[in-house]
Design a protein around this ligand. Sequence first.
Ligand code: DGJ
Length: 386
Amino acid sequence: MQTMFPVIAILTLMTACATTHAQPATSFTPGKVWPDDKGVHINAHGGGVLYHEGTYYWFGEHKIAGRTGNSAQVGVGVYSSTDLYNWKNEGIALKVVDEQGHDIQRGCILERPKVIYNKTTGKFVMWFHLELKGQGYASARTGVAVADNVTGPYTFIESMRPHAGVWPVNAGDAAKPSKDIDGTWAADRERSIALGSYLRRDFEGGQMSRDMTLFVDDDGKAYHITSSEENRTLHISLLSDDYLSFTDHYVRIFPGGANEAPAICKHNGKYYMITSGLTGWAPNPARSAVADNILGPWKSTGNPARGVNPANGLGPEKTFGGQSTFLLPVHGKPGAFIAMFDVWTPQNPIDGRYIWLPAEFEDGNIIVRYREQWDLSVFDRVNAGD
Ligand code: DGJ
């Protein structure tokens, strides 16, 4: 009996271990709790994914429980995966700091971090939307950080309002203060904004930058795409060769279109964009656009969402309850892109969910069909042979 005890104890322990460790996931279940390698819901909101040397790295806002979690109390989290279903928590890539007055002081708002790799410098470059602590959403800045290793630590470099003293290359009449245009302000505020009143207002101090994403083209040139001019007009800017600063080359896209949450991908030589409208944390109808050139002109192609999320009854009118975040190219599967959306829960942001769905290309448009459960074999059928 005495000799049997350790054997039974070990067997019991083994059984307990086997039942507490979940089986690896083999599919996506949009909107559900998504456990990481430790069984904890993934904490990488408003994020983006970088594929590097055989592994995907998912960077996102690390939220905490309760309304305080809507400001940055920790920093940017990073997870790794080789199959896109199962993610390992790699810790905090960029930490907020406790120094009073620092740009990324704990309590600032740090959103939508994206990381790209610069093949020439060998550095990983992170850009993110930054609002200085205590100023709500008034600062409207973009910030940049750099690292030698993909998971960090990332070193904060600076934050800014880009393009101070520089007109967009397609500014046209928007660069010309005109009594006629500015005179429409009171009568037709939105028209005046579309015609450049905020662009001109911010010319000297630099343009506003809120929701943003990054895109690296086949030629290695990187672009910063952001919601500017009080979220009314998107700006697409060419970054410097080292990706650490802005060049003077930028364009206005959809003036007065009121787009945020931009996500971009390239498929068969065309650029596709998904954005949202402006309703804060609440979902609204997504929009899509297509272009032959990243700097435009862009053509609006309507609402990309199809179907209904049965968990909340929401369809295209509310983007299934989510908001666009990123278009993730699946490595080794040409034409395969995952459209990533966030389901925000501002009353308890740590519980925010993720809706990942396959992007499909139909008649020159990007569309996203709701699926309750799916796996990467979907791409053997949709976009196959594109
Ligand atoms: C919508 C943006 O897309 C989010 O990233 C966040 O900034 C919220 N607005 C804040 O209301």
